[in-house]
Design a binder for this molecule. Sequence first.
Ligand SMILES: [Ca+2]
Length: 260
Amino acid sequence: MATRQAWARWAAALAAAALLGAPGCSSEPGAPAAKELDLGGGVTMKLVLIPAGKFMMGEEKDQHEVTISKPFYMGATEVTQAQYEAVMGTNPSRLKGATNPVETVSWNDATEFCKKLSEKTRQAVRLPTEAEWEYACRAGSKTRFSFGDADEGLGDYAWYRANCGYTTNPVGQKKPNAWGLFDMHGNVWEWCADWYGDYPKGAVTDPEGLASGAARVVRGGDWGGIPEDCRSANRSQSTPGYRSNNCGFRVVVSVSAPGL
Ligand SMILES: [Ca+2]
């Protein structure tokens, strides 16, 4: 859940993105630009349509081309504590706040949330792949952050060490990226589906990471991070059972999933 003001900004950003078009991307005919999941108890979750397209993934010195062949919906914000509790019946977060991102959730917890929400909504809810996450974070940009290269602009888009008050903050308060996604930089790290490992050497389509591994990918930096941590290309890792008050997640739903 987010504030009315935040959603007004989100809607405006979405409309602007639709008017300008998304560079290098194609839209899905007939798919609405946003959707809302009913989590029960009056709690909802907004997702935005991410178009199919290509981008250069990873650190600037060592990038590889990735094609995202199908559009998908992605949570406009990190999963909030109210949303998590509506689905799981508990709120494990240490930094409490209904509209703050849920944290102290492991990759296993996040995956279980997706499974339960899939059953509840009869839609295929899952964690984003690492490629989907970076693609969506960049939103067509090639710069260090979705808005440019300079650290000085980060405070407009992210909660991080310099402005967070040493805690998480309610989702959706900062500016969204060009595709209507909030807090991709900062607030909490976000679990991705993939095992952490070396990237493929050449061009790939819809990569899903390694077949096995020891740790899962986390992305985007957190409330305690420095700007370098919050960059679009930055990646980190944690073991699937690890829980921390600086790590949460957001979900994706396939456009072609049943019920859409
Ligand atoms: Ca984040």
